[in-house]
Design a protein around this ligand. Structure first.
Ligand SMILES: [Zn+2]
Length: 303
């Protein structure tokens, strides 16, 4: 079955949810970046969590809303970044894709060890209209799901529960990935919230659910036994959306000194400079003549 992102409401509109299976998209991230098993789990959780956050955005204008999550921990993986939209695409990268950490005592991949337990988590919501909105919180656990839930609670005042999981088989392939997000909206009674928290605990880890053949619909049945309403279903896919124009725009942001050093390097080598997209690793050759033109534009001031 193709990966799918579901969003909807429950508890008579006093809770909203998003849930997704993301196995093929996380496996795609592993292939593109040659991720180690532990970084596959870490970036897979970040990418899945970003998709779930994006699912809660409404499309207000012709321009697509997007969410970016950046995790900057003190672990060996370095910075982890993912961007996603409610349309179901997601992309991401890890600063150190081959980083490793010793497995935990229970044999599970130690995501917190590779991410780090100290650092920051930043969420940027670009609604597609007006200025993007950005919030940063300190990392709490490095396990990602709890960190994102804390972010939603502390920074956006949305009491939330999140489950994220990635299961990697010993040879390194991503066999299962997915996650769910539940947010309580104003008007939820304490006993209602308490009963939901009990059901969240009983649901257990996402990977155990997926390995037992239980996907998003099964989780939602367990979380909301009195019923829920699915408002949208979107196929999930990896998509970058980079282009020559965007690479040139990024180059412009690097500034004169950087462009000049690229130009000098390109002249020395007698070859175009090569710019690589961090998200999909596509290579864009930029001939010296283009770099010269760009440099002249930068030197003549802002346009
Ligand atoms: Zn790209």
């Amino acid at each position: 079955m193709a990966d799918e992102l579901l969003r909807g409401t429950a508890l008579g509109g006093r809770a909203r949810f998003a849930a997704a299976e993301t196995t093929s998209v996380v496996e795609k991230l592993r292939e593109i970046h040659d991720l180690s098993p532990t970084v596959s789990a870490a970036l897979g959780r970040v990418a899945t969590g970003t998709l779930l956050l994006a699912a809660t955005l409404e499309k207000l204008t012709a321009r697509e809303p997007v969410v970016t999550v950046e995790v900057e921990g003190d672990g060996p993986a370095g910075r982890l970044v993912a961007t996603a939209s409610p349309a179901g695409w997601v992309r991401g990268f890890a600063r150190n894709p081959r980083a490793t950490a010793a497995a935990r005592g229970d044999g599970k991949l130690d995501v917190a060890a590779v991410v780090g337990r100290n650092g920051t988590l930043t969420v940027t919501r670009d609604p597609g209209i007006g200025e993007p909105w950005r919030g940063t919180v300190p990392l709490r656990s490095g396990e990602i799901a709890r960190d994102l839930a804390r972010y939603l609670h502390d920074s956006e005042q949305l009491p939330s529960a999140i489950g994220l999981g990635v299961f990697v088989v010993p040879e390194g392939r991503v066999a299962h990935a997915g996650g769910w997000l539940v947010q309580l909206l104003p008007g939820v009674a304490d006993d209602e919230a308490g009963a939901l928290a009990d059901r969240v605990r009983r649901l257990g880890p996402v990977t155990a659910q997926l390995r037992a053949g239980r996907g998003p619909e099964a989780w939602l049945h367990d979380l909301f036994p009195d019923g829920y309403e699915v408002l949208g279903r979107t196929p999930v896919r990896f998509e970058c959306g980079c282009s020559r124009e965007r690479v040139e725009k990024a180059l412009r942001l690097l500034g004169q000194a950087e462009v000049r050093s690229l130009l000098e390097e390109a002249r020395r080598q007698g070859e175009p400079a090569e710019l690589r997209c961090e998200f999909c690793r596509a290579v864009y050759p930029v001939p010296p003549a283009d770099l010269e033109r760009l440099l002249r534009e930068l030197e003549s001031g802002p346009r």
